[in-house]
Design a protein around this ligand. Structure first.
Ligand code: ADP
Ligand code: MN
Ligand code: MN
Ligand code: MN
Ligand code: MN
Length: 360
């Protein structure tokens, strides 16, 4: 058989994707596994879905994903949101689900359940989030950084951040495809930029209110994995994919409450930062794994050990944007979360800390 590239396969596939589905709808159920990776399986439905309640609960073999023991392996998938499917198009959908155990308790890796309770308790504060998801592309065969000279390194960091031109950006086609896929799916994707380390990129999702933040980020990550599959590139969310003088990857978490967004809101921003300063360790424990490799106090990060904040300071734990300081209201940015966070854990504890009253 002649060698056929992934891209040629994809163009052959398009002929079949146009075939009539005869009224049936494909629903790709996605969930988060024990490693923080996404899994999915597909179900044929008899008609177009117009409300979440029309989507049946489903299940999978949790012993194959590290989510249940073999002797009691059924894990249930409860639909919580659905999105137009940019790959299959038409009435086909992607269904975001929560994982539940046989005994009616949330699965150990279902962090959405707790997060949605926290968000529901604080709807009055109208908490908005904006997440900046950084990620790195890898060669699918040897796992080296995508597009870098084999066995060597590109020129040092400098020209790559928001870079334009050959040798300064890598895989712009992948990023462009992902952007469109997010828009098609109705994700509130607010922008994209090339990052400091070559083959590292960022997309921003938000502002999103409450539980919608975690939902949207997970779906955007799923879309990125799927697009990368088609282009034959690997995505890693590791916060420090390469040791040395190369930037790590974070997931800066921008936050505001309705009060912070109004004139005089700076007072509320300051009191939120004060509350955060008292819970640094607790937050760090939910801000991603291997984050100690990234939060060194170098490469635009603050040290893991201590809490700090400042206006326009990219070396602080918390940054107040210059424009927010000038206007006296707006939002703040928590720069500590790693790229591999579960956004449900991070947005959940954020709401708990800044909207709850903490005794001294
Ligand atoms: P940076 O300057 O840190 O790179 P970005 O432009 O990448 O910032 O991301 C800023 C993020 O902040 C976006 O996701 C945006 O939606 C979000 N954002 C903007 N205004 C607010 C707000 N009032 N509350 C919460 N998030 C906000
Ligand atoms: Mn089977
Ligand atoms: Mn950014
Ligand atoms: Mn960035
Ligand atoms: Mn940022």
């Amino acid at each position: 058989m002649p060698e056929i590239s992934i891209l040629e396969h994809t163009s052959t596939l398009s002929k079949y994707m146009d075939l009539d589905q005869r009224g049936r709808v494909l629903a790709e159920y996605i969930w988060i596994d024990s490693e923080g990776s996404i899994r999915s399986k597909c179900k044929t439905l008899s008609k177009k879905v117009t409300d979440i309640s029309q989507l049946p609960e489903w299940n999978f073999d949790g012993s194959s994903t590290g989510q249940a023991p073999g002797h009691n392996s059924d894990v249930y998938l409860r639909p919580v949101a659905y999105y137009p499917d940019p790959f299959r198009k038409g009435d086909n959908i992607i269904v975001l689900t929560e994982c539940w155990n046989n005994d009616g308790t949330p699965n150990k890796f279902n962090h959405r359940h707790e997060c949605s309770k926290l968000m529901a308790a604080h709807t009055k504060e109208e908490v908005w989030f904006g997440l900046e998801q950084e990620y790195t592309l890898l060669d699918p065969v040897d796992g080296s950084i995508y597009g870098w000279p084999k066995g060597g390194f590109p020129a040092p960091q400098g020209p790559y951040y928001c870079g334009v031109g050959t040798g300064k950006v890598f895989a712009r086609d992948v990023i462009e495809a992902h952007y469109r896929a997010c828009l098609h799916a109705g994700i509130n994707i607010s922008g994209i930029n090339a990052e400091v380390m070559p083959s590292q990129w960022e997309f921003q999702v938000g502002p999103c209110e409450g539980i919608e933040m975690g939902d949207s980020l997970w779906v955007a990550r799923y879309l990125l994995d799927r697009v990368a599959e088609e282009f034959g590139v690997k995505v890693t969310l590791h916060p420090k994919p390469l040791k040395g003088d190369w930037n790590g990857a974070g997931c800066h978490t921008n936050v505001s409450t309705v009060g912070m967004r109004k004139p005089g809101g700076m007072k509320l921003i300051e009191s939120a930062i004060e509350k955060l300063s008292k819970k640094h360790k607790e937050h760090m424990s939910l801000y991603g794994s291997d984050n100690d490799q990234r939060l060194t106090g170098r490469h635009e990060t603050a040290s893991m050990e201590s809490f700090s904040y400042g206006v326009a300071n990219r070396g602080a734990s918390i940054r107040i944007p210059r424009s927010v300081q000038a206007e006296g209201y707006g939002y703040f940015e928590d720069r500590r979360p790693a790229s591999n966070i579960d956004p449900y854990l991070v947005t959940g504890i954020m709401v708990e800390t800044i909207c709850g009253s903490i005794p001294d």
